[in-house]
Write a protein of this length. Structure first.
Length: 445
């Protein structure tokens, strides 16, 4: 006689999302086929075989994606989102010409409203290519916060600090005061975190850099800055301060586990040792480094030394896209050609950088992975596209074959923000009109 079947009690959940493939990016880097995630309160409560979860859960909403691959939402660790306003304004020029003749004159006309529109367009671009979290460093940070909040993305929002007068502030004092106000405004926000971003050693005085480091320690925020982007930056720092950039930052108390350095291209062995010993993270921006001919960051050596390396797009004026799929592929290919070694920076390492390592670099380590207890931040790629056949290795396909245009769904904290080409948190047609007006006003001669 058969044993009696135990009565089944299903569990409630907000969303049950099912997919052909789930790339978890958990510690074991498990890739599941015909799988599902249960989500409640914006957090993943279960992950496993589709049939099992379908039997166990009664969801309020089911999202069935039988021909899609789920990935953790991608994490952009360095951008200046509102620079979408200046995309294509000047390309293929030396940095000094690009900055002084084109970008700075346009930036001098920036307004909070223009920054809000530029950031909102950047949010649309990131959502459409699977990015769910970004670190932004720019001016008018309240306008950036308004745009990110309205779009529903997760973000680390940095107040940019300079000792050069700009459209946002006349002095570094005023920028630091704004950083404090931002931290107060974002207290208790689940998706937005405040941070501080002294622009670079060549635009901030020693005392300003020290005050930014003190601010980050006092307020418990991330400290980020552009560092060692070019060999010239080291030469100039040596001449001005008697030290290369990395030891100089260390002498000011700026390195540590709450610090994220953008670029890290011109690094020597002693710099690598110092970054590893202090637990400082690096944001690698391969396309920006290539376009500005800054050089090739020693990503393989950094990772081997134990430095956490995330990926960043930098701003759209020096890239020119905010697309981490493109960044993953570029990062992997660049390390191979630089080292003449096809095993350098494998696909899995590039995906780690765009997901869990980037999350770690932002001090938000629960992001960038799909596992129980993690926030439900994810994207889905359409596996019916020709370039994703035959799908022997989903991670290889995500890094080397996908271009980001395959993204059919992007979710942050359990909320679908982008689905089948539609932006669910913004009036995209109105945004395009207003953005175009703002961009033409800023760049009119
Ligand atoms: Zn930058």
């Amino acid at each position: 006689m058969n044993a009696p079947i135990a009565p089944t009690h299903t569990l409630p959940c907000d969303v049950l999302i099912t997919a052909a493939v789930v790339v978890t990016q958990n510690d074991a880097r498990a890739v599941l086929r015909d799988a599902a995630l249960a989500i409640t309160g914006g957090v993943i409560t279960a992950i496993g075989p589709r049939a099992e979860l379908a039997a166990r859960y009664t969801p309020v909403e089911t999202i069935a994606l039988p021909e899609a691959m789920l990935l953790p939402g991608l994490v952009n660790t360095h951008t200046h989102a509102a620079m979408t306003l200046f995309r294509g304004l000047c390309d293929d020029a030396p940095l000094s010409v690009w900055l002084s003749e084109h970008i700075w004159p346009a930036e001098a006309k920036l307004t909070p409203e223009a920054v809000r529109l530029g950031t909102q367009l950047a949010c649309a671009e990131m959502l459409a290519s699977g990015t769910t979290c970004f670190l932004d460093a720019y001016l008018f940070v309240d306008a950036v916060a308004d745009a990110a909040q309205a779009a529903g993305l997760r973000a680390v929002l940095c107040q940019g600090v300079f000792d050069i007068e700009n459209a946002g502030f006349k002095t570094a004092d005023a920028a630091l005061a704004s950083a404090g106000a931002l931290a107060d405004r974002l207290a208790g926000e689940a998706l937005l975190r405040p941070a501080i971003f002294p622009h670079a050693v060549y635009t901030c005085r020693r005392a300003t850099l020290e005050r930014c480091a003190a601010f980050a320690k006092e307020r418990g925020t991330l400290l980020s800055t552009h560092a060692a982007e070019t060999a010239r930056e080291n030469d100039d720092c040596l001449a001005a301060n008697g030290q290369r950039v990395i030891p100089y930052l260390h002498s000011l108390g700026m390195l540590g586990p709450q610090t994220l350095l953008a670029h890290g291209v011109a690094l020597d062995a002693a710099d690598l040792t110092l970054l590893a010993a202090t637990g400082t993270a690096v944001s690698h921006c391969p396309k920006s480094n290539m376009k500005l001919a800054s050089g090739i960051a020693p990503v393989h050596a950094l990772r081997t030394a134990g430095v956490t390396v995330g990926l960043g797009t930098d701003g759209a004026a020096s890239n020119n896209a905010l697309n981490l799929f493109s960044e993953m592929e570029t990062a992997a290919l660049l390390q191979k050609v630089a080292s003449n070694d096809p095993t350098a920076l494998k696909a899995g390492a590039a995906l780690d950088m765009a997901t869990r390592d980037g999350a770690q670099a932002l001090g938000w380590p629960e992001l960038g992975r799909l596992e129980v207890g993690a926030p439900a931040d994810l994207c889905a790629l359409d596996l019916t596209r020709p370039q994703l056949h035959p799908c022997f290795d989903p991670i290889s396909d995500a890094v080397y074959a996908a271009n980001g245009g395959e993204v059919v769904l992007t979710m942050v904290a359990g909320h679908v923000l982008f689905r089948d080409g539609a932006f669910l948190t913004m009036d995209y047609a109105a945004l395009r009109r207003n953005f175009a007006q703002a961009a033409s006003h800023l760049t009119a001669r």
